[in-house]
Design a protein around this ligand. Structure first.
Ligand code: 4AD
Ligand code: MG
Length: 434
């Protein structure tokens, strides 16, 4: 009776005959011995076949193997410290489940990124891409654990929305039965605010959409955002939560995904180990002064561009909070700063090493009249916000929240330059396939 195991379990079966199901990652032959590198999603192992120890049929199948053929490999497990993973299979039987053409497009050499994106469905199998996906998974699980343990309730918010969440300029819209236009959600925040009045501390997590015509390494048309919303929490409390969350997530990645970060990703771990609270904080005013002194053309009132963000974060070894931006640079729902009504009680969190804004957050405008006048000032369709305004008529409450962009956070943690590698199938300005 064959016993089928995963490659990560090889160590528990030394001396036994087992079967592994996987794909051929690489192959090397020397005369009557063939070294097969097999991967199965859990790990990578070397299987060694000798012509003398397998049937003629199996040997000829091995000789004809092309990269990425799917295989059922049976053999006995041996300790071998030189082998990837530390164990080796001495092949007794092998079956080709799905042969592979010998023109597998992703060879073990450098390709241009456009080509790789064209072949993303295959590129995903590469060790570096697998490592990125594992870190992404860990980041998401860490955030969920942190929030769950902190008493937050997950509330799923709609993808098809009637009210504009952020700004009118970057909407994907579609027809919605007889009710006019619906938009793909730019954020779940407005709904999370309603849920915060029901559950206190909530978060939503889902895909969000921005029809931004930008081709930067920080922008996707579809990205995933984690958005906590907290009742009875001001801007200061909001930043504290962000700091605790980021420190926790980085620790978790270092703790549980060290092998991926060190190995295929070659991440400089000392950079991540430096990420300890407290994070430095600069007001928008201070940031502008610093930028102007550094030669930036920014003027008071402008939002920070990507270069400004990089410049402002320079010299810090951990993320930096920039807080209280000018009203006109930010979304309509942010609370006016009572100490300087030209500004709002908001913050961005800028990652080090040039990764830019990973979080945007704010205290929310809880005053009915002020919120309504901001909606009008922005020229947003007032009639679609009736329900949102009502939250300020029935027991309004101070509340704050933020949105953490998963892909930007994963890019920073993994050290991947462009965020398109941090999602399995990126949606960018000029790519809808695969
Ligand atoms: O700053 P943003 O636009 O904030 C919001 O959407 C708020 N409603 C969040 C909230 O307060 N609940 O976006 C939040 C984060 C950014 O800091 C960035 O990490 C990410 O979402 N992000 C993008 N990531 C990839 N591609 C894009 N086009 C992104 N736009 C924003
Ligand atoms: Mg932002």
């Amino acid at each position: 009776m064959e016993s089928r195991i995963y490659i990560t379990q090889l160590g528990e079966h030394v001396g036994e005959e087992v079967t592994v199901l996987g794909w051929l990652h690489n192959k090397r032959s020397s005369g009557k011995i063939s070294f097969l590198i097999v991967r199965d999603g859990t790990g990578v192992a070397q299987a060694v076949a000798s012509q003398g120890e397998v049937s003629a049929e199996v040997w000829s199948a091995i000789e004809g193997l092309a990269y990425e053929a799917s295989l059922r490999v049976t053999g006995s497990v041996r300790d071998d410290p030189r082998s990837p993973g530390g164990y080796e299979l001495s092949v007794t039987d092998l079956e080709v489940v799905g042969p592979s053409s010998d023109d597998y497009p992703i060879q073990l050499k450098e390709h241009g990124v456009d080509f790789l994106l064209e072949k993303r469905h295959l590129w995903l199998r590469s060790p570096r891409q697998v490592a990125i996906m594992r870190v992404r998974d860990e980041v998401i699980k860490a955030i969920r654990d942190f929030l769950y343990e902190g008493g937050f309730t997950l509330v799923d918010t709609p993808i098809l929305t009637g009210a504009i969440g952020e700004s009118a300029g970057t909407l994907f819209s579609t027809e919605y039965f007889d009710l006019g236009n619906a938009y793909l959600a730019q954020t779940g925040q407005l709904y999370a605010e309603a849920a915060a009045a029901a559950l206190g501390r909530v978060y939503c997590f889902g895909p969000t959409f921005r029809a931004e015509k930008s081709k930067t390494r920080r922008h996707l048309a579809e990205f995933w955002m984690m958005e906590p919303e907290i009742a009875w929490c001001d801007s200061e409390c909001n930043m504290q939560l962000q700091e605790d969350l980021i420190a926790y997530v980085v620790d978790r990645a270092l703790d549980r995904r060290r092998a991926e970060l060190e190995g295929p990703l070659e991440r400089d771990l000392t950079r991540l180990e430096a990420v300890k609270p407290p994070f430095p904080r600069l007001s928008y005013n201070e940031a502008v002064e610093k930028l102007q002194a550094g030669g930036s053309k920014i003027e008071w009132g402008d939002d920070l561009g990507a270069e400004d963000e990089t410049l402002v974060a320079e010299g810090y070894d951990r993320p930096v909070f920039l807080y209280n931006y000018p009203k006109k640079a930010k979304a309509f729902y942010m609370k006016e700063n009572p100490d300087d009504p030209r500004t709002v009680l908001c913050n961005d969190l800028i990652a080090p090493e040039g990764y830019g804004e990973i979080i945007g957050g704010s205290q929310r405008e809880d005053d009915y009249d002020k919120l309504l006048s901001r909606i009008r000032e922005e020229g947003l369709p007032e009639e679609t916000y009736g329900w949102y305004l009502e939250l300020r008529r029935y027991g309004t409450f101070p509340h704050s929240g933020f949105g953490l962009g998963i892909e930007r956070t994963v890019a920073w943690i993994t050290g991947v330059r462009h965020i398109r590698e941090t999602i399995a199938f990126p949606r960018t300005l000029n790519r809808l396939y695969p």
